[in-house]
Design a protein around this ligand. Sequence first.
Ligand SMILES: O=P(O)(O)OC[C@H]1O[C@H](OP(=O)(O)OP(=O)(O)O)[C@H](O)[C@@H]1O
Ligand SMILES: O=c1cc[nH]c(=O)[nH]1
Ligand SMILES: [Mg+2]
Length: 212
Amino acid sequence: MDNERVVVIDHPMVQHKLSILRDRDTSSKQFRELVRELALFEGYEATRDLPLETVTISTPICDAEARQIGGKKLAVVPILRAGLGMVDGVLELIPAARVGHLGMFRDEETHEPHVYYDKLPADIAGRQVLVVDPMLATGGSAAAAVGYLREAGVKGTIKLMVLVAAPEGIEAVLAADPDVRVYTCAVDEGLNENAYIVPGLGDAGDRIFGTK
Ligand SMILES: O=P(O)(O)OC[C@H]1O[C@H](OP(=O)(O)OP(=O)(O)O)[C@H](O)[C@@H]1O
Ligand SMILES: O=c1cc[nH]c(=O)[nH]1
Ligand SMILES: [Mg+2]
């Protein structure tokens, strides 16, 4: 997609795993594992621009200058439920990150998001935030999550990590906030009459938790 605020992770390993994720015959167990692995790979790309600072360390041979991640501390914010499936993969990459939770479900008729739970780290306003949710469909949930984080004082770029996005959802979330960046493994064709992503992978939450 030709937009500097959208990054499509087109690495062959990612595309291979995504193809298995999409398959309707993939079990819940394998689906969960793939969501975690894809989140780790995607997190690697989403953290590519973290600032480095020079520190002095002592190797067994001599003192040396080395580079470590500096700047703001990170927080991962999953949009429940499905976003929970991505948390462990991101934490594997950034073990010291704090985790904030935003519970949202999409009304089946109107497709509007409803917030039913939130618990953010007390110092969220000073952190760089990675929002995680496998699916970006209409963009309503992601845009509401970003708005919620802004209300909580989060400044600077909010990175939204999804696995599958519809063009409509990308447009909506970029329009909702001038400083959001979207990371996705695929940009699909669009939405069907129930606002599900086509071809998509179905209902990510139900597939992760085996609720259908
Ligand atoms: O872009 P949107 O049109 O807002 O749709 C995407 C949202 O829908 C799904 O959640 P869902 O409401 O199914 O809740 P769940 O995670 O509990 O299954 C998905 O995980 C996103 O949060
Ligand atoms: O395709 C979709 C759309 C919304 N939520 C999902 O889990 N899948
Ligand atoms: Mg769902």
